[in-house]
Ligand binder design. Structure first.
Ligand SMILES: *Cc1c(COP(=O)(O)O)cnc(C)c1O
Length: 362
């Protein structure tokens, strides 16, 4: 097993080694790491809901005991699915244990050999893995480049049975937004299914990224949302037609062969949904404040601060840590260009955002 040590040492030499940081506090705007209190500018808990846990949740116990298709399907799962479908303006929704599993499962269920998937180059790792698992032809298009995508569709679409266009709506490491209106049009013109990953959009830019473009989902649209980010808990949901839901229940391996989300968690997600509108307003006003403060033109809660290289990212992150801020360095292979990924939440005060910027400018 010497090769493991060798590979790890190579990572260290390239400043690409990763290690775990350990929290001794609950998740939130303030966290404790190694006995040090830090203002957290790194979580996806955009509305500060992750620390909530109501008494009613405890009534359900801690586990679901089985997969949904065996005996792990609770009324409360269906209640949450109906609510989420309503919020995303689709016919139905299906819960998954995580966003990773939703993406991997949906893409590999809807596409197979003889099909083609068009995927944005900056899509989330779970989309990439779903594409690989599907065995479909995967065509990666340059980031948000709809003209190149149209060219590729015109050239390749006709050679395949089914076609998917897959994109993050808010990109997870850059915070920018996909041109969903144009992708929606291309999907119709080229007889494709559009899959949109709303992980960083749900509860941030609205209930759904489609609101930004005044789009309404139709039967060839699939929107995937997650509960682990702004909604503060765990799990994911695939929103689309009732027919799609029925198909996934029958065919999707990451839905069928895994334990259902615990009803306690589902109960908390339902509770958190009620808190979203008010906190989202606060978040959006914080985002605007931070955008003006930094000049970083993000349309979401994610503000990338691109730096020279891996080492600079580590040094800056460490400097901020010493000054009481937690903003980890994001490096390859997660991104091409190393950066600090600053995420703003509804909980941050203007003073804290200003202090962070002061600390960054050394
Ligand atoms: C976080 C994330 C996922 C995965 O969701 P989990 O529920 O954390 O597994 C999928 N897609 C995107 C864009 C994400 O940022």
């Amino acid at each position: 097993m010497k090769w493991i040590e060798k590979e790890l040492n190579q990572l260290k030499e390239k400043n690409l080694y990763r290690s775990l940081r350990t929290l001794s506090s609950p998740q939130g705007k303030e966290i404790t790491i190694n006995g040090r209190r830090l203002i957290n500018f790194s979580s996806n808990d955009y509305l500060g809901l992750a620390k909530e846990f109501c008494q009613e949740c405890g009534k359900w116990g801690s586990g679901s005991g089985a997969s949904r298709l065996v005996c792990g399907n609770f009324e409360i799962h269906e209640k949450l699915e109906n609510k989420l479908a309503e919020l995303k303006k689709t016919e139905s929704a299906l819960l998954f244990p995580s966003g990773y599993m939703a993406n991997v499962g949906v893409i590999s269920t809807l596409a197979g050999e003889g099909d083609v998937v068009f995927s944005d180059e900056l899509n989330h790792a779970s989309i990439i893995d779903g594409c690989r698992l599907s065995k479909a032809k995967v065509t990666v298009y340059p980031h948000k480049d709809v003209d190149t995508l149209e060219y590729l569709l015109s050239k390749e679409r006709k050679n395949y049975r089914r076609s998917l266009i897959v994109t993050d709506s808010v990109f997870s490491m850059d915070g920018d937004v996909a041109p969903l209106d144009k992708l929606f049009k291309l999907k119709n013109e080229y007889d494709s299914i559009l899959i949109v990953d709303d992980a960083h959009a749900t509860g941030v830019v609205g209930w759904s990224s489609f609101e930004l473009f005044s789009l309404t989902p139709d039967e060839t649209t699939v929107i995937i949302g997650t509960c682990g980010k702004a909604l503060g808990t765990l799990g994911a949901f695939v929103c689309g037609s009732t027919l799609l839901k029925e198909y996934l229940i029958n065919k999707c391996r990451t839905f069928i062969y895994t334990t259902a989300l615990p009803p306690s968690i589902v109960c908390q997600t339902l509770k958190n949904l009620k808190e979203v509108p008010e906190r989202m307003k606060k978040l959006q006003s914080n985002i605007e404040f931070f955008r003006n403060l930094t000049g970083i033109n993000s349309q979401s809660a994610i503000f990338p601060l691109i730096v020279k290289d891996e080492k600079s990212a580590l040094i800056l992150s460490h400097h901020l840590y010493e000054n009481g801020f937690f903003v980890p360095a994001i490096r390859p292979p997660t991104v091409k260009k190393s950066r600090l990924r600053i995420s703003i939440t509804s909980e941050h005060t203007k003073e804290e955002m200003e202090q962070l910027i002061k600390a960054i400018k050394l």
